[in-house]
Ligand binder design. Structure first.
Ligand code: IP8
Length: 260
């Protein structure tokens, strides 16, 4: 039977200082992992690139579009993600969280999920292991590569694992109706998913991609939470099924094949 898990994306702007190249946000990272010490639910983490992968992918002009990017750029972007992942994993080990680093290379091929390997990740959580995977530069086909965002990985993992909770930890309180007034959307009901996807929010850049992926996940029947990663108590509340500040996009019920 498929092991029930919680899938958490740690945004690059939470785990790194976005404005400072190759600098992780140690305080934020330690705070999150420390707060998870008491949590008993099986977790799989995905993390973003922040001032590691994004910094280099911008320098080398690499995108999500498959292309023949320069080999030195591919090497440097990948190394920067390995380095960030290593720092996160080391912090988790200090808090005795038993992380297991998983390169996206081993769970996807040409941006398609390797179902068997992803199910193995869920099985590993039974052994008190927390798999930690990440956005990266990945091989596509015919000598082309592309940037795979951690947000897209969240969708691929959700489709296969149908997690009990899907959580995006971001650097703001949730999805704002209007970022200028910081008017927070607390719930997107199932019935307004399509409307929401078309017009009903105003987000830019990285947040736009997260919302796009979150909508795919919710259309497949799972609730998706957005929470402030700098406030781990809120994350804990979601894990505890309690109400907290943030945004939840309700999953489409009719597709809840494995309703949990
Ligand atoms: O921060 C991107 O992952 P994201 C990773 O989840 C790279 O978009 C290599 C830029």
């Amino acid at each position: 039977m498929l092991q029930e898990v919680v899938l958490i994306k740690l945004g690059g702007s939470v785990v790194t200082h976005k404005q400072r190249p190759m600098t992780m946000n140690k305080i934020a990272i330690d705070q999150i992992f420390k707060s998870l010490l008491s949590v008993k639910v099986p977790i799989i983490f995905v993390h973003g690139g922040g001032s590691f992968g994004h910094y280099w992918s911008v320098k080398y002009n690499m995108h999500s579009k498959p292309d023949s990017y320069p080999s030195d750029g591919i090497a440097v972007v990948h190394e920067s993600m390995i380095s960030l992942n290593h720092k996160l994993v080391k912090s988790m080990i200090r808090f005795k969280l038993n992380p297991y680093s998983v390169s996206p290379f081993s769970i996807i091929s040409n941006n398609k999920p390797l179902v068997k390997k992803i199910i193995e990740l869920a099985s590993m959580t039974r052994d008190k292991i927390i798999p930690v995977t990440f956005g990266d530069i990945v091989y596509r086909t015919h000598h082309k590569y592309s940037i795979l965002s951690g947000d897209e990985l969240m969708t691929m993992l959700s489709y296969v694992l149908r997690p009990k909770r899907v959580i995006f930890a971001v650097n703001v309180d949730g999805i704002y109706q209007n970022p200028r007034t910081k008017e927070l959307i607390s719930t997107v009901e199932e019935g307004s998913l399509i409307k929401f996807s078309n017009v009903n929010f105003d987000v830019t850049g990285g947040m736009k991609r997260k919302v796009r992926e979150a909508l795919k996940i919710s259309l497949a029947g799972m609730d998706v939470h957005f929470v402030n990663g700098f406030k781990p108590d809120r994350l804990l509340k979601i894990l505890d099924n309690k109400k907290t500040k943030g945004t939840v996009i309700k999953g489409k019920r009719s597709s809840k094949r494995n309703a949990r």
